[in-house]
Ligand binder design. Structure first.
Ligand SMILES: [Zn+2]
Ligand SMILES: [Zn+2]
Length: 767
């Protein structure tokens, strides 16, 4: 019997595990799936059919035709199937047929990244249908070509950023294009979540309004990863009712999925003496090394930029001892790279010059790489959609592949490797957006009014009463003017360029090497004080730099090349105050609230730490405090309840703090957010609630819907939190349960048994 490739690779990896360690917590073989082909439908003209056959599509799969037929019938549709399931054909086919049948019809394609857009444009060009005239229109399109695209292209490939800044504000110049706009394709629509997703939802409503102005009512075709309730998510995003196609008929090779928990290290103590596990990145580097030695083309996904660099360095170092020629065939890839660096790495991986790549999630979108022999995930990528997206890079029809999920020192990862069903048998979470966030709605309504005066009807599409309140505020502050026929933008300057739809919170901070003037990369302004404060160690392309100066006003961080033996971690002071309660529920001495809060944070210093975990020293910093108004969920416990939980007053702060950390770690399982998108504060007595309180708040102005989701899923969320803490075998708390890598208080105080006691009384009181 032929040995499954995935199992064979797993055996090789396990052979390299040191004696006495047993990192494997679960193995599951996912069976091969045969292709479900259907004949070309009769509504596809021979010319179009032959073009697809020339491009290698001998016969379509059933789900592709099902989605295409909805679109042809004028029904908005979302196709939610796995990676490499040929979602492109589902929209290429109706667009190609419509543009061939009607010589004046046009179509718009939107991708969340330029890379994906470029990929899809290539694929449309390859059809060589003279009627399509596909062209890209993004930030890279030369000015000279833009006029041609507006006047002649029939299928325009762009991204939300360009639609927002380049197309809609100048819609008059696109009149011909909008007049016969037949289809709007929204690719990888599950990527539109949080603040960015909320902006894109409103952007699509602006797009429909402008299209209607010119007399068209395009059909929306959305492509998504497999998610729960794809129709609901697509409808919320697009603002039009969508039908969902979810039955995947693409063939898939067998895959072996291994869940892997690195061991606690015996001789290393972390913060406050806690045990630590071997880092997931180091474990991934070791697995990557073994797989590259086997000749397996392998992608390792690592959560952080820094981690991807270190994993690639670790694998190269290990390979140079085995076979120096292999070392050069491993590289790192991440989103902060400049475009030319990215393209060089992409093509090297595509043509097999590279065997192993350690990547951040940057590879998740937009790069057409599939059919790998193995995928290693160092840490949960934040959502099940991303998990399957990354796992989907492995496996070719007719051949097996290996997927290894290595748990990081993190409560969510701990929970998942001990609860395989939560990863392997659970439907993917729905994406969370909040298009009613006033911080998103206000600038979007200003843009909409500038494009075309707002009418009461238009406001209904933008959220009804909430939009009306926001517009009233815009009138009060002079942004808009009320006239009998609607609300008008009256300034000569357009508002668009000041609106940051990616929600990164303003202009990026450039990281520049002072000596050479070379720009190394960029960081978000919201996180700059934490990541590029003076003295911070910053890694780029495997090289290490130390920050000399951070100037928030000019958006510049100056660094010099230096490779110190320590790493740095910031210390932060955080205060929170309640501005408004929106909802509450209570029971037995516990109150749970959802509402608006103000979070004031100031980075006050940083620790320098040796690889052993030992702290060298703490260095004070003088950086400005930053205030964030956002949404939060919080719960309070009254004093008798804390006593009933067996907690003396001295233990309460540590118990609440530990419960807060673990809850933040588990929320991504319920709210499709990233641990770094949310924050928390806990206190034994909060002045605004008058009781012991744990807050978990959104990390973006006005919120991104995560706190709302946490409130809605409160009981399952805290019950998973309790289970994750209880499942960790450490005695008094470690990064796998209650310690947090982003704690501004140095993970002190933390009381692990106290956290379980707090969560137990909260859950029983509310049950
Ligand atoms: Zn632990
Ligand atoms: Zn903390």
């Amino acid at each position: 019997m032929r040995v499954n490739t995935g199992r064979r690779l797993l055996d090789r990896v396990l052979a390299g595990v040191p004696a006495g360690e047993n990192p494997l917590t679960h193995v599951r073989d996912l069976p091969e799936r045969a292709a479900g082909c259907v004949p070309w439908p009769s509504w596809v003209p021979d010319l179009v059919r032959d073009a697809f056959i020339r491009c290698g599509v001998a016969q379509p799969w059933a789900h592709q035709i099902e989605a295409a037929e909805h679109a042809m019938a004028g029904r908005h549709v979302v196709l939610a199937t796995g990676t490499a399931s040929g979602k492109s054909l589902a929209y290429q086919l109706p667009v190609a047929v419509a543009l061939t049948a009607d010589p004046r019809a046009t179509a718009l394609y939107l991708a969340p990244t330029k890379a994906l857009g470029a990929d899809q444009l290539r694929s449309a060009c390859a059809l060589e249908l003279p009627t399509l005239r596909p062209a890209s229109y993004d930030g890279d399109t030369p000015m000279a070509e833009r006029d041609w695209v507006r006047a002649h292209a029939r299928w325009v490939f762009t991204n939300p950023d360009m639609l927002h800044r380049g197309v809609l504000p100048a819609h008059g110049r696109w009149a011909g294009f909008f007049r016969r706009l037949s289809f709007v394709v929204v690719d990888e629509c599950h990527g539109y979540r949080g603040v960015f997703g909320s902006h894109v939802a409103l952007l699509l409503r602006r797009l429909r309004r402008v299209a209607r102005l010119y007399g068209s009512d395009p059909v929306f075709v959305l492509a998504s990863a497999t998610v729960t309730d794809p129709a609901g998510s697509a409808t919320r995003l697009s603002g039009v009712d969508c039908v969902a196609v979810t039955a995947d008929h693409s063939p898939r090779g067998a895959r072996t999925v291994a869940l892997w928990e690195p061991p606690l290290l015996a001789d290393v103590a972390g913060e406050n003496g806690a045990p630590v596990r071997r880092p997931a990145g180091a474990e991934a580097a070791r697995i990557l090394t073994d797989l590259v030695v086997e000749g397996a083309r392998t992608l390792a996904f690592v959560r952080s930029r820094r981690g991807a660099e270190l994993t690639a360095i670790g694998a190269r170092r290990a390979l140079s001892e085995v076979d120096p020629s292999l070392a050069s065939r491993v590289a790192a890839y991440r989103s902060g790279y400049l475009p030319e660096e990215r393209r060089a790495l992409e093509s090297a991986l595509a043509d097999g010059e590279l065997l192993g790549v350690a990547s951040t999630n940057a590879l998740e979108l937009g790069v057409d790489i599939a059919g790998m022999d193995a995928v290693v995930m160092a840490g949960y990528p934040g959502t099940l959609a991303s998990f399957w997206q990354q796992a989907g890079r492995a496996g070719r029809a007719g051949d097996g592949a290996l997927v290894v999920f290595v748990a990081r020192d993190d409560p969510l990862d701990t929970y998942l490797v001990h609860n395989p069903a939560a990863v392997l048998d659970k439907p993917v979470e729905a994406t969370v957006i909040d298009p009613l966030n006033p911080y998103v709605l206000a600038p979007q309504l200003a843009c909409a009014a500038c494009e075309l005066p707002l009418t009461p009807d238009a406001l209904a599409a933008f959220g009804g009463p909430v939009a009306e309140r926001v517009v009233d505020k815009l009138v009060a502050d002079g942004t808009l003017r009320r006239r009998p026929t609607g609300w008008y933008w009256t300034s000569r300057d357009k508002p668009h360029s000041a609106v940051d739809i990616r929600g990164s919170g303003g202009e990026q901070i450039a990281v520049v090497e002072a000596d050479s003037g070379r720009m190394l990369g960029t960081v978000d302004p919201g996180s700059a004080c934490r990541t590029v404060h003076p003295g911070a160690v910053y890694l780029h392309q495997g090289a290490s730099y130390v920050v000399d100066e951070l100037d928030l006003d000019t958006g510049l961080a100056l660094v010099h090349a230096e490779d110190p033996e320590w790493t740095t971690s910031p210390r932060e002071q955080v205060d929170i105050s309640v501005l408004r309660r929106a909802s509450r529920s209570s029971g037995g001495g516990v109150e749970v609230c959802l509402g608006e809060v103000a979070v004031t944070a100031q980075v006050v210093g940083y620790l320098r730490r040796l690889p052993s975990g030992d702290v060298l020293d703490q260095i004070p910093l003088d950086l400005p405090a930053q205030t964030l108004e956002t949404r939060a969920v919080w719960y309070t416990l009254d004093a008798p309840l804390l006593r009933a939980a067996g907690l003396t007053p001295a233990r309460v702060p540590g118990a609440l703090h530990a419960a807060e950390h673990a809850a933040i770690g588990l929320l991504p399982l319920f709210a499709s957010c990233d641990r770094w998108d949310i924050g928390g504060v806990s206190t034994a007595m909060h002045p605004d609630t008058g009781a012991a309180t744990v807050f978990v708040h959104d990390g973006h102005p006005g919120g991104a819907g995560f706190a709302d989701r946490a409130f809605a899923a409160f009981l399952p969320w805290l019950s998973a939190t309790r289970d994750a803490i209880a499942a960790c075998e450490c005695p008094t708390g470690c990064p796998s349960c209650v310690q947090s890598p982003k704690c501004g208080n140095g993970n002190d105080p933390l009381d692990k048994p106290g956290a379980v006691a707090v969560l137990d009384v909260v859950l029983t009181s509310l049950a």
